[in-house]
Design a protein around this ligand. Structure first.
Ligand SMILES: Cc1ncc(COP(=O)(O)O)c(C=O)c1O
Length: 415
């Protein structure tokens, strides 16, 4: 396993201790990552030097314009596209609702909208409501309940010449499943549909190649990628210009992507986001082998190193969890298929209520989530929604093998 432990010193929150004086094990990475020191400094630097709205005839306003441009370049390097395709907003959910509201006007009765049972509700509900308001027909893509992977036959069955929108996730925030996205996008595009992919969970664990993927729209939340609370879309330019967003009158004169950014943006968070992407690039230079000196190549190298480390964490967790009496796990459990999952695990201990397990872990300084984590269709389909969902243990690149062992030991005790 590649040793990334030196990177932990960059994250002040990871040094926080619990009541017993031990460091906390904050293993809720799918809920949001912690941030490195440079991100914290970048956000406060924006406040210290003076904040301002954009487009004023004075220095702090010009600086804000530079921050926004730098954030678009950072977003482009993170997802593999052009800065002109990057849109920012409060969070991914708001941005997806924003696009869905605009799409509603181009849908008609008889049109079909395809969503999946693997997705977070942020990439389900906006499209369900758009279909409802336009009188379009909804088609659901099922999962294989055995290993919580996307049912590709069901995906293909849902597509037709009437399909106008296909929305699916690159990775499940509930069970960690990575979908075979390239093939799915290709098949969806053959129908001529608009394809929206949710990369919010995926982005923490693997490099995204938006331009190569060929989707029309991709959502990422910088706060899952070691940056501040913020939402981001990458969008094919055609989409940005074809769809007509609800907007204030002055925004009619704005070119894309600004036309899509309603109201004053969080410029200080954008400055923090630039530092987050620079952190990834630095990790790529230190632990990976970038193909060239570009930040994009460095980001890719970082995720190659992170992927290797995280596969080691996943193997350790899955091997250890298999030994826990009464332990049940949903998602890919086969250690020969680690490329098909992130280190996000949905588990239960016998009949113990997930909230009870999460509370007991919390008392031991181990922070995990419980419930459905907004992946509501998934937990309903798995038959877990009514009885408390599952406990989610989620690792990322800054977690160590010792933390995996600590979680496993605690689960053993509680089983
Ligand atoms: C897979 C996935 N999609 C979408 C979202 C929603 O993102 P945001 O919190 O930025 O609205 C989340 C949030 O947890 C998520 O995990």
């Amino acid at each position: 396993m590649i040793d990334l432990s030196a990177l932990r010193d960059r994250f002040p929150a990871l040094a926080r201790t619990g009541d017993d004086g031990r460091p906390l094990a904050i293993v809720d990475a799918p809920g949001g990552s912690q941030v490195p020191d440079t991100v914290i400094e970048a956000v406060s630097a924006r406040y210290r030097t003076g904040i301002s709205n954009m487009d004023g005839a004075f220095a702090t306003s010009r600086e804000t314009g530079e921050v926004v441009a730098a954030a678009r370049r950072a977003g482009a390097d993170l997802v593999g596209t052009d800065p002109a395709r990057i849109v920012f907003g409060a969070n991914s959910t708001s941005l997806l609702f924003h696009v869905a509201r605009s799409l509603t006007r181009s849908l008609e009765p008889g049109d079909e909208v395809v969503v999946t049972r693997l997705d977070h509700d942020a990439n389900v509900r906006p499209w369900v409501l758009a279909a409802r308001d336009a009188g379009a027909t909804l088609r659901w893509v099922d999962i294989h309940t055995g290993d919580a992977t996307l049912d590709e036959a069901s995906f293909d069955d849902a597509l037709s010449e009437r399909t106008r929108l296909v929305a699916f996730t690159l990775a499940s925030n509930g069970v960690g499943t990575i979908t075979p996205a390239a093939g799915l996008v290709r098949r969806a595009k053959e129908t001529g549909a608009f394809v929206a992919v949710d990369a919010v969970h995926f982005a923490q664990h693997r490099v995204i190649d938006f331009d190569d993927l060929g989707a029309d729209l991709l959502a990422v939340s910088p706060y899952k990628v070691f940056g501040p609370h913020l939402g981001m879309l990458a969008a094919r330019p055609g989409i940005l210009d074809e769809l007509d967003p609800y907007r204030v009158r002055p925004a009619h004169d704005y070119p894309s992507p600004e036309r899509w950014e309603t109201g004053t943006q969080n410029h200080e968070a954008m400055q923090g986001f630039v530092a987050a992407v620079d952190y990834l690039a630095e990790a790529g230079r230190t632990y990976g082998t970038p193909a060239d000196g570009s930040r994009r190549a460095e980001v890719r190298a970082a995720f190659e190193a992170f992927g290797e480390h995280e596969r080691g964490l996943s193997r350790r967790f899955l091997d250890g969890f298999a030994e826990i009496p009464g332990g049940r796990l949903w998602g890919v459990a086969d250690t020969d298929r680690l490329d098909e999952r992130t280190p996000t695990f949905a588990v239960r201990l016998g009949d113990q209520h997930p909230l009870k397990t999460a509370e007991a872990l919390g008392d031991r300084g181990i922070f995990v989530w419980d419930g459905h984590y907004y992946a509501m269709e998934l937990f309903e389909r798995l038959g877990l929604l009514e009885t408390g969902g599952a406990v989610r243990v989620g690792f990322c690149h800054y977690h160590t093998a010792e933390e995996v062992d600590r979680v496993l030991e605690a689960l053993h005790e509680l089983a």
